[in-house]
Design a protein around this ligand. Sequence first.
Ligand code: 4NP
Length: 161
Amino acid sequence: MKERHLKKVHVLFVCLGNICRSPMAEAVFRHMVEEEGAEGCIAVDSAATSSWHVGDPPHKGTVAKLRENGISSEGMAGRQLNLSDFDKFDYIIGMDDSNIRTIRDLLGQPDHPKIFRLLDLTEHGRDVPDPYYTGDFQETYELVIGGCRILLDRIKKEYQI
Ligand code: 4NP
């Protein structure tokens, strides 16, 4: 069991561009947290390993998939991962193996347990496919939902939320 004290549990989702997968995971996870009334205990954010889309809103495919499922993406804007994120966040969750390698490099943390791949929480550890290239936002959405559900259950258990 981890000590929560008065501090929120901070969760950061990371992908290459911070316009497709990690903002989708951020919005989905925040929605789940709010549905459970746990927003006072858990804070959610997302970031990119690249600087390519800093300040940009999520991709229109991500916005459409979220809206279709009644999930807001209002006010979201891309940002790049930075060194202070390592201290601020309790979980730094990449979408694919390449993200994990880059996160470790950028943060100078070759092997820290708070850094892991979202779907390594599931039975079949795998990458979340990038819909920027596949065009399949539904497939990505379903995988993100599955990973986020397990993540929230794990955090609730670990921190007795
Ligand atoms: P994401 O997808 O990492 O899921 O946000 C991408 C978004 C943009 C680019 C590549 C992947 N890009 O090349 O601009």
